[in-house]
Design a protein around this ligand. Sequence first.
Ligand SMILES: O=C1O[C@H](COP(=O)(O)O)[C@@H](O)[C@H](O)[C@H]1O
Length: 260
Amino acid sequence: MSTPQLVVHHDKELMAQAAAARLITKIVDAQASRGYASVVLTGGRNGNGLLAALAAAPARDAIDWGRLDLWWGDERYLPEGDPERNVTQAREALLDSVPVDPERVHAMPASDGPFGADVDAAAESYAAELARAAGPENHGAVPTFDVLMLGVGPDTHVASLFPELPAVRETERAVVGVHGAPKPPPTRISLTLPAIRAAREVWLLAAGEDKAQAAAIALSGAGEVQAPAAGAYGRSRTLWLLDAAAASKLPRSLYPPASP
Ligand SMILES: O=C1O[C@H](COP(=O)(O)O)[C@@H](O)[C@H](O)[C@H]1O
């Protein structure tokens, strides 16, 4: 487990731009050292803000888009193309404007696909796709993602792991169907905490006043069942990327010292 590090930006636009720049560097470095990179995307306002900032960054052309695997941390179980699906929003924000290899864009299944209403079977199939991508050098049934990003919800949820629901207690499976999520839509697919923790780096994105309480709770020693964001960490690095509003309720001991 890596201890969370915090970076606080002035506002959410700056946070998105700085996170996009950080992501470009990570991907380019991974591609230089291993030949490819793998990144797990998040939905939500902050995740999509980052993707839009990445689309607008001239340095995005430094990425070899054909040697990048993209996965999702969670998905809203809705029909293909639904505007509320995380993959639909990611396509609009970034993926439609860069030369990704469609074979390497690993979207989670849709509710009008082969599994129909059976979200648990859909989750199992995504777990199988992850397992096929995991090589012998990986530590289990999921690839060692270079970067896994998570938006933090106002209730401390990450991916579709909501406080107290069974999905956040999962210790074996890498992907689960989520039933009865308190945020619409109620039916979702999510990576579990063990799968999240397989990533080299986990980045938690929190911008806006409505995230302040969640960040303070998750970073103050809360349990992961009550505050799922508290259980999200990477093998080598756990990075909280915040704006000043989201950092406003952090205990002083955590908040980085002001510059002189
Ligand atoms: O529903 C979801 O919410 C979270 C957080 O979204 P935000 O809009 O409050 O930032 C997101 O990370 C997750 O992927 C998504 O499905």
